[in-house]
Design a protein around this ligand. Structure first.
Ligand SMILES: Cc1ncc(COP(=O)(O)O)c(C=O)c1O
Length: 464
């Protein structure tokens, strides 16, 4: 089927991102705009419109108003996803040769920024949930241990990046982590790609956005965790630790010179949806529906894992000895399309649209999947062989640009990778350019290959 046909084909249950659910939950003003003559909204940076980096015009006004409503100093809308704004943020935070401290479950976009920015990714280990194979959240004590080791390895650390919430919706106590980072006089960038909805503070029992704890920079993916069109994102900045001039020149370096006015309007309206009363009421209703769906599934003995994101459902497939990647294929056959298939789980994103009647179909499909296998033993995952903090053996960008050869994973011991090994989604690198492949890493990658057969190769490219 051609692309155009695929775009208009119906899919019954969209439990994948973008979170607007194939248009159902787009803000009303965007729906109305899209009903007008096709293309009427596709405008360049005209004087009255401006752009994210232009100080006059509708976009400048809109960014000012969003920043004011959210309670920060500045914000910039982005049309290249959280990816583009995370990368601009990293370039604003560090000079070539400086290190950025970041967790092992960092999104690949941050490693890419290190590649082209000449930055050193100082990667720290995070707790790991062996029953499902997920990186987890950590506390201040863990971060203090990370700092002690990081300072032994590197004396020029420019900033820290945190990822919160995780793709599956686990959330940490950000207040104490941000306090710890600031106590080292360092700025913190929070990749809140999956947590834009947290600015709504729609319920007091939900985690708060890192913005409310003084994070210097926070990036939201507005198509992942707000009802924005794909590619929409926003970068929020507050305080004096990061110079807005540096942010703007970095955005300019990476942003297209023709940002789409439709996407910028979608940035504005998806943020509004998280602040305005009407939008908040809709979100509350979605959350109530999601909670009763989760209760229904749990009552029917569907194995769900707990998380902090009301709109994400984690099906624990390894509890029944099944791979989430295989289970995903079977759900797709029944036209229930999830978001994140992993070796031990399958995560479904309910997004901002309604899914009435899904519960029964979900239970029926899960039971049909289980039937031929019977009750299999749960399986557990080995912890990744990462030390608490590590620095690539050779500079990341140097390694990436080096001459290379392709070798079998088994033959790669002692060699230095020029590539990133990174199943997508979730886009968390298992190996980055410049890292050395020791026996433990090779063994682990071979094991990972058995879990992600279609995503991890038998070969790796190493410096020749
Ligand atoms: C944690 C995290 N950060 C950033 C991104 C990039 O987001 P975007 O698709 O908006 O570029 C992703 C995408 O999966 C992600 O999972």
């Amino acid at each position: 089927m051609g692309l155009l046909k695929l775009l208009s084909a119906d899919r019954s249950d969209n439990l994948f991102l973008p979170a607007h659910g194939r248009g159902n939950a787009l803000p009303k003003k965007i729906k109305n705009l899209l009903k007008l003559r096709p293309g009427i909204w596709d405008l360049p940076e005209l004087l009255e419109i401006g752009g994210p980096l232009i100080s006059e015009g509708a976009i400048a006004e809109s960014q000012k108003s969003s920043a004011y409503e959210v309670g920060v100093d500045r914000c910039w809308y982005g049309v290249n996803g959280a990816t583009g704004l995370l990368q601009s943020s990293l370039l604003a935070l560090a000079r070539p040769g400086q290190a950025i401290l970041m967790p092992r479950n960092i999104h690949k976009s941050c490693i890419q920024a290190c590649l082209f920015g000449g930055l050193i990714p100082l990667l720290f280990d995070v707790p790991y949930l062996t029953d499902r194979g997920h990186p987890s959240v950590f506390d201040r004590k863990w971060l203090q241990r990370v700092f002690r080791k990081a300072k032994e390895l590197e004396d020029d650390i420019a900033a820290v990046v945190l990822v919160n919430p995780t793709y599956q919706g686990y959330a940490a106590n950000m207040e104490s982590l941000i306090q710890e980072i600031h106590s080292h006089s360092l700025p913190v960038l929070v990749d809140e790609a999956h947590g834009a909805y947290l600015i709504s503070q729609v319920r007091p029992d939900f985690p708060k956005s890192a913005i409310s704890f003084g994070a210097d920079l926070v990036v939201h993916s507005l198509h992942k965790s707000a009802p924005g069109l794909v590619q929409c994102a926003v970068l929020w900045s507050q305080g004096v630790r990061v110079d807005p001039f540096k942010i703007e020149r970095s955005i300019e370096l990476l942003q297209t010179s023709s940002p789409s006015s439709l996407l910028l309007a979608s940035c504005e309206s998806s943020i509004k949806e998280l602040i305005d009363t009407k939008g908040l009421n809709k979100l509350k209703t979605r959350i109530e529906e999601a909670e009763s769906l989760k209760d229904f599934l749990i009552n029917k003995e569907v194995p769900l894992l707990e998380n902090s994101d009301p709109l994400r459902i984690i099906l624990h497939t390894s509890k029944f000895g099944l791979s989430g990647i295989e289970v995903d294929k079977r759900f797709i056959r029944k036209r229930i399309i999830g978001e994140l298939a992993e070796p031990g789980t399958l995560t479904f994103c309910l997004g901002f649209s309604s899914h009435k009647g899904l519960g029964k179909r979900f239970v029926r499909t899960w039971n049909e999947i289980l039937k031929p296998f019977g009750q299999q033993k749960p399986y557990f995952f080995k912890r990744p062989p990462f030390t608490i903090v590590s620095k690539p053996y050779k500079q990341c960008s140097y390694s990436w640009g080096s001459n290379f050869e392709k070798v079998n994973l088994q033959d790669a011991i002692g060699r230095i990778s020029v590539e990133m090994v990174c199943p997508y989604p979730p886009g968390i690198p298992l190996l980055i350019p410049g890292e050395i492949l020791d026996q433990a890493r090779v063994d682990w990658l071979i094991e990972q290959k058995s879990f992600w057969p279609e995503q991890i190769s038998d070969f790796v490219r190493v410096i020749s």
